[in-house]
Design a protein around this ligand. Structure first.
Ligand code: PGA
Length: 311
């Protein structure tokens, strides 16, 4: 099969947009030039790659296969480019980092410090939930991920690098904030909780903790955002369970307090994760070493000002 990298690039763009016109715009070419290259690719394949349904074009089965290979070849070429750049001593590249929603609270701080060292590096930072992170890893759509512990059966390289304690937060005027000594766990059963969505690591850990103790919590609002939980708790809508890394200004300002509850904090860990079989692009490897080395540890050591614990 005779094809050129250029044909694959043009085809990938048309397949992504499902439009010859938009691909031509993206690549600053004329539409007939793009059509001709895709037609030549179809001739080499001996099969049509697109079909017309009404006014729209769709990928054929051969087109979907071609797209899968075109993307993989594109990624390999990017990797080759990165490796050559690193051999030339170039300390930059494009880092594709994906982080769990909660990890965003410290990821940007780490990136700021990293980018001082590796100037000229560009970034894509995707902040998303646990399920999407695992999908991205298996589809090779990201280089490196910061998340809670991934499942053991996935083919992933996993490196824990920091504790992630989950705590119970309350409005400072909440009666449990004045409880003398630790709050008994059973007292939480009388409360309503503002919780994260079911696919979040925080929610999964919290449910496991209470299931193991034969308890079920009353949940009020469910949200995908840690900030929304904090605002709701501040507004008196219930108690919240969040990672300590999401709390900073609220504690300093006295808008929220951490309750000293029996059995808490729920101790989790942050992990740096990438595909086991995949060679990390040099800039991602540099990031891994930065985060898990002395500098990263120093930056992460005191993520919070002195904490105010109630009770
Ligand atoms: P999340 O955090 O709750 O934002 O998904 C990840 C985790 O704790 O595993």
């Amino acid at each position: 099969m005779h094809l050129t990298l250029r044909q694959l690039t043009l085809f990938e763009s048309v397949a992504r947009h499902l439009s010859f016109t938009r691909a031509a715009e993206e690549l600053h070419l004329s539409q007939p030039a793009v059509s001709m290259q895709v037609r030549q690719l179809e001739e080499s394949a001996g099969l049509p790659l697109f079909e017309k349904i009404g006014k729209r074009i769709q990928l054929t089965e051969a087109g979907r296969e071609m797209l899968d290979y075109a993307r993989r070849i594109g990624q390999e070429l990017q990797e080759l480019d990165d490796v050559m750049a690193s051999l030339r001593g170039v300390r930059r590249g494009h880092l594709r980092l994906s982080v769990a929603t909660t990890a965003n609270s410290f990821a940007t701080r780490i990136l700021a410090a990293f980018s001082q060292r590796y100037q000229g590096t560009t970034y894509s930072l995707d902040v998303t939930n646990r399920k999407t992170l695992l999908d991205q890893l298996s589809n090779n759509e990201t280089d490196i991920v910061i998340m809670g512990k991934p499942p053991d059966d996935a083919d992933l390289a996993v490196q824990p690098f920091m504790e992630n304690p989950l705590v119970v937060v309350a409005h400072p005027d909440h009666p449990l904030a004045a409880h003398p000594g630790p709050v008994p766990l059973a007292a939480l059963q009388e409360e309503v909780f503002v919780v994260r969505e079911r696919q979040s690591g925080t929610r999964i850990a919290m449910e496991r903790f209470f299931d193991e103790r034969g308890m079920q919590l009353r949940t009020g609002i469910e949200t995908t955002s840690n900030s929304a939980i904090k605002h709701a708790v501040e507004a008196g809508l219930g108690l919240g369970i969040v990672s300590i890394h999401t709390l900073d200004l609220e504690l300093q300002a006295g808008a929220l307090v951490i309750l000293d509850v029996e059995g808490f904090p729920i101790l989790r860990h942050w992990h740096l994760v990438h595909c086991q079989g995949k060679r990390l692009p040099p800039i991602a490897e540099a990031f891994r070493q930065f985060l898990t080395g002395e500098e990263g540890r120093y930056l992460l050591r005191h993520p919070l000002p002195p904490q105010k614990a109630a009770g």
